[in-house]
Design a protein around this ligand. Structure first.
Ligand code: PLP
Length: 442
């Protein structure tokens, strides 16, 4: 686009600098299935490796198909640069490892995806990186957990099961006072929320969910907001201020703005150090699959959100539902955050407590005919899961409650089917959940 649009519908199709394939003028983004790229001459090769010139070297680190996706997602998030990786999990891992080394710590919200909890609590601990959990119901809890070794804050915009929108500005303001960047996992709220506009420094996504949108591809990315000064307090951010001996003594916080003219040190370090050393690139075929999803993601998000609101209205009136959990239904300041941070909808995720506990929750799931029973969110199809008998089945009753999973709790990810059909399926399954089973009667 000659003039970059701010509208997500346009960015999803035209964002970045791809107009057509430079070699063939093909309009649709081609899949560049290549591992490597021919250098023009030895000087060109040397310049690329020394970062004196930017260009393609090897697909573990960069690829032209991925580049189109990266530029579009960066534009969609109002960021300056983006790095794609093989999964959302890899994106969360890279986000932390890009700022923390052994002996460091970071402060994370307690409201998190279970896979992220495992990564933070167990795997990063084994690497010598300590997570300190803070309850986001009071943003000051983040400040209380800081010490001189704290390198970043981490949170999710719209975490389930509680679906309490995270206090992005409140926590990023605290972080900025201490030169600590806030990293936001925005997987559940793309397009409707832009955490970088509210002070976050980095956004990560599982592209597997709403952005890919069709349940066909696993992928992830990190978006650098370009709004954080990595050199303001060298002791706070050693990985950006001490010489990196794996790259000729580069000080990433200084050298990247000098070389690129842009404040994208976080993205460049993630690409040239972490993709180089840890691997985990997004395959170009998968980048292409995600681009197909991205091109209609703004349209789909509108439909996801409008369907979800209709489903919420229906569920609130159904006699077999004890409670409906949705961002706007929280009382007070937590409910107000949906208004403050979301625009164009409140997301596709809904929690319900089916009356009658575990048995009723199970019956409800088994009675669904159109919804898929899967451990996923953000598919174009409607999805449901009963955590007490699946993802959280190893937990004790106490642990379940601490995780916000009551026995009858069911998570719904509302798809883009016609809302009447979604509601009809939920209605017949809820009606069935309240009926005594034949076994119980006999
Ligand atoms: N972040 C959130 C909020 C998720 O829900 C998930 C997966 O469910 C992930 C990250 C991990 O993403 P992926 O499955 O692409 O590795």
């Amino acid at each position: 686009m000659s003039k970059q649009s701010k509208n997500p519908e346009t960015i999803a199709l035209h964002g970045g600098d791809y107009r057509s394939d430079p070699a063939t003028t093909a309009v649709a983004v081609p899949i560049y299935r290549t591992t490597s790229y021919q250098f023009n001459n030895t000087g060109h090769a040397a310049n690329l490796f020394a970062l004196k010139e930017f260009g393609n070297i090897y697909t573990r680190i960069m690829n032209p198909t991925n580049d189109v996706l990266e530029k579009r997602v960066a534009a969609l998030e109002n960021g300056l640069a983006c790095v794609t990786v093989g999964s959302g999990q890899a994106a969360s891992t890279f986000a932390i490892v890009n700022v923390c080394q052994a002996g460091d710590n970071f402060v994370s919200s307690t409201d998190l995806y279970g896979g992220t909890v495992n990564l933070f609590t167990h795997t990063l601990k084994k690497l010598g990186i300590e997570v300190r959990y803070a309850d986001p119901s009071d943003p000051k809890n983040f400040e209380k957990a800081i010490d001189e070794k704290t390198r970043c804050f981490y949170a999710e915009t719209l975490p389930n099961p509680y679906l309490r929108v995270f206090p992005i500005k409140e926590v990023s303001d605290i972080g900025r006072k201490h030169n600590i960047p806030l990293i936001m996992d925005n997987t559940a709220a793309p397009i409707i929320c832009k955490p970088l506009d509210h002070g976050a420094a980095v956004v990560v996504h599982s592209l597997t969910k709403f952005i890919g949108g069709h349940g066909t591809v696993i992928g992830g990315c990190l978006v650098d907001g370009g709004n954080f000064d990595w050199t303001a307090d060298p002791k706070r951010q050693p990985l950006f201020n001490e010489p990196d001996m794996s790259y000729g003594g580069a000080k990433w916080g200084e050298v990247v703005p000098q070389l690129t003219g842009a404040n994208v040190s976080f993205a460049v370090r993630a690409r040239v150090c972490l993709l180089r050393d840890l691997g985990a690139p997004l395959a170009p075929d998968n980048a292409w699959g995600i681009i197909q999803g991205l091109e209609t993601a703004p349209l789909r998000m509108k439909q996801h959100c409008s369907n979800a609101q209709k489903v919420v209205d229906f569920l609130q009136k159904h006699k077999n539902v004890d409670r409906v959990i949705y961002p706007t239904l929280h009382k007070g300041v937590v409910g107000d955050r949906a208004k403050k941070y979301f625009s164009g909808g409140n997301g596709a995720l809904i929690g319900i407590e089916v009356k009658g506990g575990v048995e009723a929750g199970k019956k409800f799931i088994e009675a669904l005919k159109m919804f898929y029973h899967v451990a996923n969110i953000g598919d174009a199809r409607s999805l449901a899961i009963h955590p007490a008998t699946t993802t959280h089945s190893q937990l004790s009753e106490e642990e379940l409650l601490a995780a916000g999973v009551t026995p009858g709790y069911v998570r719904l990810s509302i798809g883009i089917e016609h809302p009447d059909d979604i509601i009809a399926d939920l209605k017949q399954a809820l009606d069935a959940s309240g009926k005594p089973s034949l076994k119980a009667v006999s």
